[in-house]
Design a protein around this ligand. Sequence first.
Ligand code: G3P
Ligand code: CA
Length: 280
Amino acid sequence: TVSAYSPYAAEGPSIIAHRGASGYAPENTMAAFELAERLGADFIELDIRMSKDGELVVIHDKTVDRTTNEAGYVHDYTLQELQGMDAGSHFHADYADETIVSLEEVMDRFAGRIGILIEIKDPPLYPGIEEKLAEMVRRYEIIQDILGIGVSESIQGKEYIEDPGGRAGSEGIASSEGTAGIIIQSFDFNSMRRIHSLLPGIPAAVLIHADRHPLTDKTLDELASFASYINVSHDLLDGELVREILERNRKVMAWTIRNDQDMDRMKKLGVDGIITDYPG
Ligand code: G3P
Ligand code: CA
């Protein structure tokens, strides 16, 4: 069974702030996520990896070199060490207080307030990362249940929809359970298969870039058996691919949009979500 989250079905595509509002603030920091929320984004997108002590941390690259004042692999540092790193100065001196954050910190602050699109980066580097993430997402589902935050109320009245099932043989099921507004994605199809079996109520998404293109009917059918979303690099998207995805009752998001021209093209194609550095 596969679930689908359809925030803006009748109102145009969802806006997903890529690594937060990373056009205006340092990527994958609290400042970028807060700004995304203020700008009215429907979701924040973020990247996760694992620290030396097995915690989920929010950072795009394998190493801390590009986005902090330190050097080396993320998995060679403990969470506490990572949380002490300046993750803002590389963007602008005004952000020198921003640090690497844990996924837990982001979830504590934003779960139930804004959608969260979590990308698992390089899962083979971090054995057990899917289980760790599933455990965390389940914890938030329980918290939301206790607080009585229904799935549909928690994100501005938008709700999960019933998926009638695709040609790939999925049964289709109402996805009204599951933590509101969480979607999990990866370039790694096996990892998403694993996520779908661990968290069947949470939509899984596969990321498609040029290496996987063009997608054959067989591959699309296979992806549709576990993925609610096929999220495609915008330059690979055309009317035919959008139609093939929608025909399978799956959703499509375009990444990463950085100008008005691409934004307009994606809207015309009728994608379900636009992943952008400039959610404003
Ligand atoms: O959400 C899609 C996009 O984030 C994938 O590419 O490299 O920015 O993580 P990247
Ligand atoms: Ca990403």
